[in-house]
Design a binder for this molecule. Structure first.
Ligand code: GUN
Length: 297
């Protein structure tokens, strides 16, 4: 058998973008900043609110708490029953807004259906909104003066930065248009000079868009959605999906093995974007404490 140019190309193996290693190095810098704050008598404080019994949420919150402890951020978790009233939840957020020892407030999503999520997120003080979900911070992504960037999109930006990707003039395609990942990621990459297309569940002929992408960001929540035929040779592929298969395996939205033979670089799942999401929460919390301390000084 002889090898043609085409299948030679198919043998290309993408560089695996190591989110664990990048997160580790960023967390070292964050821990140093926490130590510098400690010298001034300040300990960054994060308040986490978890409502109900969602198993995945409990796992995510557990990871955030552990990561806080590892860099010296003090965290406190309020666990409320799923039937908590809107008023009780809003009252607790108001207390945390007024507490000078708390620099960041995070309400883990999703919330039970009877809770008015928009009201909850808008009750969090803008300068403690370390998740970046307050309407002001989302609007700031459009105008360029956000107080906190949302953690997962911020992590995507950091991963691309670590790969030395210059976004100016690049074709970026974002698959998924959620408020917490797809839309803010698109805005942040556009702010870096990329030409951005956003695809979503109603997009016809998804492949027609994805094949154009120099950088493909996938946050659709559909395992195996992106197959090699949909990816431009040499693209950088960022897989934000976290899906649990019936056999218990955790996979992303991208056919990792297939697309690795075509892309120049790709994030694995797990071990790609996930560690960065938590890291950027730490970053935002420390930034908030630094700002509060600068104001108080
Ligand atoms: N649920 C899924 N992702 C997130 C996140 O980044 N922050 C919060 N608060 N809830 C989530």
């Amino acid at each position: 058998m002889y090898v043609t140019h085409t299948n030679l190309g198919d043998c290309m193996t993408a560089r695996i973008i190591d989110g664990v290693a990048l997160a580790r190095s960023l967390r070292i810098g964050i821990a140093d900043r926490v130590a510098a704050l400690a010298d001034k008598g300040v300990t960054p404080g994060l308040a986490v609110i978890l409502v109900g019994e969602d198993a995945a949420s409990a796992v995510y919150v557990g990871r955030k708490i552990k990561a806080c402890a590892a860099v010296g951020i003090r965290s406190h978790t309020d666990r409320f029953a799923a039937d908590i009233s809107n008023e009780a939840l809003l009252a607790r957020i108001a207390e945390l807004n007024a507490d000078p020892a708390i620099h960041g407030i995070l309400v883990q999503l999703p919330l039970p259906a009877h809770i008015d999520m928009a009201r909850v997120l808008e009750t969090i003080a803008v300068d403690k909104d370390v998740d970046g979900f307050h309407l002001y911070n989302i609007g700031g992504l459009v105008t360029g003066n956000t107080v906190f960037s949302p953690c997962t999109p911020y992590g995507v930006v950091k991963l691309l930065e670590s790969e030395g990707v210059d976004l100016v003039g690049q074709n970026v395609v974002v698959v998924g248009a959620s408020n917490i990942v797809g839309k803010p990621t698109a805005l942040m990459l556009m702010a870096e000079g990329a030409t951005v297309s956003i695809c979503h569940v109603h997009t016809r002929d998804l492949a027609q868009y994805t094949i154009m992408a120099d950088i493909l960001v996938v946050a659709a929540g559909v395992p195996g959605l992106i197959v090699p035929q949909m990816v431009k040779r040499g693209a950088v592929v960022i897989d934000v999906g976290i899906n649990r298969l019936p056999d218990g395996r955790i996979v992303g939205d991208v056919d990792f093995a297939g697309v690795s033979r075509k892309a120049a670089a790709i994030t694995p799942v797990p071990g790609g974007v996930g560690p960065l999401t938590v890291t950027m929460l730490l970053e935002n919390t420390v930034q908030s404490a630094e700002r509060a301390n600068a104001i108080a000084a």
